[in-house]
Design a protein around this ligand. Structure first.
Ligand code: ZN
Length: 141
């Protein structure tokens, strides 16, 4: 969720860097009805800046679910865990995709709370992610 101005140059950089895919759930923009959005990973209300290092491309559903959150509570322990940060964390170290069904599984507590909060395994995504994973054309950084 962004209120500040983001230049066309930076928007293009963010889109190109993400290869037009959501940096959380991996869904390509071409498969969505609503354009992907440039997201402040750390929102401005938490001190996040409008810089390349704090921006990520997000589908509208991940962005809506994430809102201004930067952390979530792990249900088992009650610990507050920060969310996955696409600029500081490696996707492959935090998540794993199951090709047979398109489900993304967590490899870390950061992955677990991020999947839960962003509802990354929403049912509408699964057939697309399954197809893309099986075709080996999902971008997992
Ligand atoms: Zn997404």
């Amino acid at each position: 969720m962004s209120k500040s101005y983001i230049s066309a140059k930076i928007r293009k950089l963010v889109r190109d860097r993400a290869q037009n895919c959501c940096e959380y759930c991996l869904i390509p923009e071409s498969l969505t009805l609503v354009p992907h959005q440039v997201d402040h990973v750390i929102t401005e209300k938490h001190g996040g800046k409008t810089t390349e290092e704090n921006l990520a491309l997000s589908c509208s559903l991940c962005n809506q679910a994430k809102s201004s959150d930067i952390a979530s509570m792990e249900t088992e322990t009650g610990d507050v865990i920060r969310l996955y940060h696409p600029r500081k964390d490696q996707w492959r170290e935090n998540f794993q995709i199951e090709e047979s069904n398109g489900v993304i599984y967590p490899l870390t507590t950061i992955g677990r709370v991020t999947i839960q909060l962003l509802k990354i395994n929403r049912s509408a995504c699964l057939p697309y992610r399954q197809m893309l994973a099986q075709a080996k054309i999902l971008i997992q950084k």
